[in-house]
Design a binder for this molecule. Structure first.
Ligand SMILES: O=c1[nH]c(NC[C@H](O)[C@H](O)[C@H](O)CO)c([N+](=O)[O-])c(=O)[nH]1
Length: 154
């Protein structure tokens, strides 16, 4: 039985991190976790590009432009959609998720999902470096592994 899977050995991939600025007090922790995990796995700082946009709604378009440039091997998306008093949360989070899936398939590039969609600020804080880990770190490591996996599939 042949098993092909990505590992976490160093690679020279170029990573773009697309960051929605809304709820910055949470998103900055996600970004810190993402950059830290990439550099600790041997990614050179010059191979990491951070692109900031207003909010989660804008992330898919920015990810599309980043993918279209052909300059990157993977895209990590970070944001925090926190349920407010209105159904706005549903639209923003579903549009963001749907859009990112399309970018990945359209351009054949890993687009990891580090956009928190949570019910409360506390849940957001738990997932950005406290008791529920750091989703930014997880999204970065998913992208890192996918770069190795796609290389192995070539
Ligand atoms: O990233 C977010 N954008 C949010 N809205 C802004 C949206 O992403 C766009 O930036 C805005 O609608 C302008 O297009 C959020 N809420 O509205 O709650 C949110 O929680 N998180």
């Amino acid at each position: 039985v042949e098993i092909i899977e990505g590992d976490l050995t160093p690679n020279d991939g170029k990573y773009a991190i697309v960051v929605g600025r809304w709820n910055a007090f949470v998103v900055e922790s996600l970004l810190e976790g993402a950059v830290d995990s990439l550099t600790r796995h041997g990614v050179e700082p010059e191979n990491i590009t951070v692109v900031r946009c207003p909010g989660a709604m804008e992330i898919p378009l920015v990810a599309q432009k980043v993918a279209q440039s052909g300059k990157y091997d993977a895209i990590i998306t970070l944001g925090a959609v926190i349920r407010g008093g209105t159904p706005h949360f549903e639209y923003v989070s579903s549009e963001c998720t749907k859009g990112l899936g399309q970018v990945a398939m359209q351009f054949g590039i890993p687009v990891s999902f580090g956009v928190l969609t949570v019910d409360s600020i506390e849940q957001a804080i738990e997932r950005s470096g406290t008791k529920a880990g750091n989703k930014g770190e997880e999204a970065a490591m998913s992208a890192f592994e996918m770069v190795n996996l796609l290389n192995a599939l070539e």
